[in-house]
Every structure is written in C-alpha cells, then in structure tokens.
Design a protein around this ligand. Structure first.
Ligand code: PLP
Length: 462
C-alpha cells in the first residue's frame, strides 16, 4: 500500500514511511492511495474473531509489505493484551436501539490508548535494526500526554518529551504522566498555559538546527497509523450488532475528527454504516461546516469536555480530500486560504459528497447533562462528559437503526463534571488505584525556547 499527501506534493511513502513521518512535508496528511474493501462474506467472517484477530485482519491491507502477517498479529496481541476487558472494546446496551461502545479499558482510561498502544509498538518495530533514535516532542492539556507516554515508556530507540502547563492539568492527569519513571520518559511542566506549551513544540519543529540534531516525531500530529487502529472497533462493534445484514449508525464525540474519520474509512471499506453523527460541544466549527458549509474558526470556549475544545479539526482535511475527487493541488490552495484567513466555504461538490453519510449536532452543557442523567437513571451507566455529548446527539438523531455512541473516556477522569451532572462521584478503577502513592518525576522549566531545547539536548539517551 502506498500513501499520498492530501496536498499532493510530498513524496509517496509506504506504511513504514508514513508512520515514521507523521505529517507530510508539504503540510498535508498521509492517506492510503486506495481504500481496500471487504466483501459482505468477509465481514461476516469477522464474527468469530477476537479483537486482536479482527485488528490484524482490518489493518493488514494498510500495512502492506511493511510487516509480515505474523508480525502484525503479534503486535496486535501485545497492544490489545494490555486492555483490562477481554473484549477490549465492549458494547453495552442502553435501551432498544441505543448502545455504548466502551473505548476506555486501556492503561490510561482514554480511547487514545487504542491507537497509541499500537503506534508505540509500530515505532519500536520500525526503528529496530536502524541507528535512528526518535525524539517525540508533544504538548498536552491532559489525555494525549498520558496515553502517549504509556505507549512508548521503556521502548528502544525512542525518547519522549511531554510538555504540560504547570498546575493546569488535573492531579490524576499529571500523575498518569509523571509517575511513569522509565528513563526515556521526560515530563516537563511549563511555567505557562497550554498555548505556550504548544507554541514551544511548534517552534522546535520549525527550528532547522534543532530539528537536525534530533529525529523529531509528533504524537499530536495526525499520524495515519493512529486512524488505522481506530477503524477496527467500528467493524468489531457492527459485526456484533448484525452487520453486514444490518445497517448501524455511530455517534462520535468529535474534536480533531480522527475518531469519526476512522468510521468513514470503515464505511469506505464496505461496512454498512447508516450514518456517522459528528457530535460537537459549543465549539462547533465542524457542525457549521457539515450543516452549512461554513468552516471558520471561532474563539475557543472552555467546557467540561476539554478534548473537544478545538478551533481547527486537522483530520477534516482528509475527508475534504476525498470529497474533492482527491485533487491535492486544489485542496492545498483551499487549505492555504483557510490558514491565511481562518475561514473557508466547502465547495458544493464537497458538501454533496459528504452529506449522504454524515450528520452533525451541536450539544450544549444542559443537553449533555440531561443525556448523562438519562444514562444513569434509565440504564445505570455513568458516562464521562464527552460521551454525554455524543449520547445526546444519538438520542436526538431519530434514526431507526441501532445507534452506537462511542464512549471515549472513563468517567473517573472527569469526576467533577460527572458529579455535577449526575450527583455521583465515579471511583477510579482498581488497576490505577495506587496512582496517588507513586513517586512522581518531572522538571519545571520557564516557557522559553532556550530552556526547553537545552533540556532536551541534555537528556536524550543517545
Ligand atoms: C481526543 C478525544 C476526543 C476527540 O477525538 P478526535 O479524534 O480528536 O475527534 C473525544 N473524547 C475524548 C475523551 C478524547 O480524549
């Protein structure tokens, strides 16, 4: 399988190359040259497989020659063996047609584990036998940092430097990062806010001299391998609900458009997906884009669902590319315009291509809380607020097929918001129980380029 950039001018790469590169050199994102498809019989054949077996089957055409089938199966067994539920992503029934797909049984209680556990193993495998040492630099406001650290802790040929804003992540989020004491993990508390931390990371990628000293890679950047790993649970869930004989809809709490794009890939591969519901909070750029073609940045408002508080949804570019007839040059011009002005209109062709599969909903705090209370009262399920946004959208969708809401975080990661909505305070699962007794290690640095780059120069294990 070959990978092309959505902006048409970066080198074409194989799976290994696209995984290590992350972002394409022309500013675009890598996508497979063609969408592999499964016949209805092949989809039926997934029914008896475990999650890890399903994962290897779905990923194989994307991986191509970069791994043998046995190597791919071994990586899937390792990645998904670390989840606390035997089904990895179990389904829970809420009422006749409403279902939850629990994606939070990984080591850090967030759905990002599903993709990052696999990505960490892929990095390690692809670096083995080379003299490349990868330096992952990232900024986090909470969840991505801990999932990325867990995924690469102790892995050969990789260092990770994760910047978080000092005092501005929750204690559980900080401890999930800082109690990982592997020598290749470096937590940096920046004396500033998340935007300062993110600006420092951008500056490092743009600094020629620094980038030449390190082989930089990003976990925030939108790596194709992350999306590929997320396609799996759409198949796994739909098959258990009767696909390919039955059509299934999915409601997805959306920020960067990665998770719901994976659902689009599943549909392109032949899964009978009735609808993908893009659920946003009041930061509704995607809802405006999908409902009226208006893709324009607003001011970010802080909400109880921080992972959806975004101005720009990077992965939306991948959908626009397909909806544009895969014209990289035209999309590059359209995206350049957006980067200049902060606004663009979808073309009619793009809107028409997107409309049959996608709907969207903007869910405010009241509707989110109402959905969380309904789940607690009617189905005995305590949801995290991100999941609450998507469930609200699912219940209002009026679809007459099974609707699966993706549950993206364990409620214990957002105890205050859950208590406000439902009156009950979720307990941390036992497997992270001693988090508050463990030793922490992190370095506090001023929010300056020189301080952070000097620290990274001095601490990589080279
Ligand atoms: C990252 C995240 C999301 C948003 O997912 P995208 O792929 O960025 O759209 C939703 N919920 C939670 C809990 C997350 O961590």
């Amino acid at each position: 399988m070959r990978y092309l950039s959505t902006r048409g001018s970066a080198p074409v790469l194989d799976f290994r190359g696209a995984t290590l590169a992350g972002l394409a050199s022309d500013g675009g994102l890598y996508v497979p040259e063609t969408w592999p498809t499964l016949t209805p019989e092949e989809i039926e054949g997934l029914a008896g497989l475990s999650y890890a077996q399903t994962a290897a089957k779905i990923m194989a055409p994307f991986v191509g020659d970069s791994l043998t089938r046995q190597e791919l199966q071994d990586l899937c067994d390792t990645a998904y063996g670390r989840f606390s539920h035997a089904a990895v992503t179990p389904l829970v029934q809420l009422d006749h047609d409403q279902w939850l797909l629990e994606l939070f049984h990984g080591p850090t209680l967030a759905f990002k584990d599903v993709a990052l556990q696999m990505l960490g193993l892929l990095f390690e495998r692809f670096l083995r036998g080379t003299d490349t040492r990868l330096t992952i630099v990232g900024a986090t406001s909470g969840d991505t940092g801990s999932a990325a650290i867990d995924a690469v802790a102790g892995r050969a040929n990789i260092d990770i430097f994760m910047l978080h804003p000092a005092g501005r992540v929750t204690e559980i989020q900080r401890r999930q990062m800082t109690t990982v004491l592997a020598p290749n993990v470096h937590n940096i508390a920046i004396e500033g806010n998340f935007d300062d931390a993110q600006a420092l990371v951008k500056a490092m990628f743009n600094d020629r001299a620094f980038a030449d000293r390190h082989t930089l890679s990003a976990v925030n950047s939108i790596n194709w391998a992350r999306l590929m790993a997320q396609v799996v649970y759409y198949f796994y869930a739909a098959v258990r609900l009767g696909a390919p004989g039955k059509r299934i809809a999915f409601s997805v709490p959306t920020g960067n458009f990665g998770d719901v794009f994976a659902g689009y890939v599943a549909a392109r591969m032949g899964l009978p997906v009735e609808r993908l519901i893009v659920a946003t909070n009041v930061n509704d750029i995607l809802h405006r884009a999908l409902s009226s073609g208006d893709y324009s940045k607003g001011q970010v408002q802080a909400t109880a669902t921080p992972s959806m508080d975004i101005q720009v949804s990077s992965n939306f570019e991948r959908l626009l590319f397909d909806a544009n007839g895969r014209d990289g040059a035209a999309l590059a011009a359209q995206m350049k315009g957006f980067e200049g002005s902060g606004a663009m209109r979808l073309t009619n062709a793009q809107s028409q291509a997107i409309a049959p599969l996608f709907t969207s909903a903007r869910v405010d705090a009241d509707d989110m809380s109402r959905a969380m209370r309904w789940a607690a009262d009617e189905a005995g399920q305590i949801l995290d607020p991100h999941t609450g946004i998507a469930l609200s959208a699912a219940r209002k969708s009026g679809l007459d097929v099974p609707v699966v809401t993706l549950a993206t975080a364990h409620p214990a990661k957002f105890t205050d918001a859950v208590e406000r909505a439902t009156g009950s305070r979720p307990a941390l699962p036992r497997r992270v129980g001693d988090l508050f007794e463990r030793e922490e290690r992190y370095t506090t640095l001023p929010a300056t380029f020189d301080a952070v780059t000097a620290f990274i120069d001095g601490h990589g294990l080279r």
